[in-house]
Design a protein around this ligand. Structure first.
Ligand code: ADP
Length: 162
């Protein structure tokens, strides 16, 4: 059975993440979305429980997608869940440089784990969780970028706070 891991902070999950996850779920028998409990160098807006719940809800119609939180290194998480491949999404050339660096380090740490990068769909090329949060905090229209309950949760956290 082919198992792949798609790891990230998913703070919160966006339609760009979902697009990559759904496409990857067609390539592998099982796709596990791994949600970093404490992503290195990032402060998260949503706690782990909320990020996992939103990702689970977003992928509920895809029986071969599973969502799990994890701590520590992604290579160790991949080993634990029996994943042979790691999936990443690429949006632009700056993603490529960062991904390339991480891929080489991960290869050193775990040579048997392969990496598959999927190119973003054109309509999500500009979409990142951080930009999304910025737009949401300014009251901008985010409806077409995230599932409806994610937009609601974002508005509750960011806009109503003001
Ligand atoms: P972000 O970069 O949005 O903060 P994550 O750290 O959760 O998100 O990213 C997890 C993975 O999803 C990374 O490989 C990232 O490049 C990818 N990704 C995020 N947004 C998109 C998008 N709009 N299109 C394609 N891949 C994406």
């Amino acid at each position: 059975m082919t198992v792949a891991v798609y790891a990230g902070s998913f703070d919160p999950i966006t339609n760009g993440h979902l697009d990559i996850a759904v496409r990857a779920s067609k390539i592998f028998d099982k796709l596990i979305i791994g949600i970093y409990r404490s992503p290195a160098g990032k402060t998260v807006l949503f706690d782990t429980k909320d990020r996992v719940a939103m990702a689970k809800k977003a992928t509920k119609d895809f029986p071969n997608i599973e969502v799990r939180p994890f701590s520590g290194m992604v290579v160790d998480f991949a080993k634990k869940i029996g994943a042979q491949t790691m999936v990443r999404g690429l949006r632009m050339s700056t993603d490529f440089e960062r991904e390339f660096e991480m891929a080489l380090m991960n290869k050193k740490l775990c040579p048997e784990l392969e990496l598959v990068c999927l190119m973003t769909s054109l309509r999500y090329q500009f979409l990142s969780s951080s930009l999304l949060k910025e737009v949401a905090s300014l009251g901008g229209d985010i409806e077409s970028l995230v599932p409806e309950y994610v937009a609601k949760a974002l508005r509750k956290k960011l806009v109503n706070k003001k």
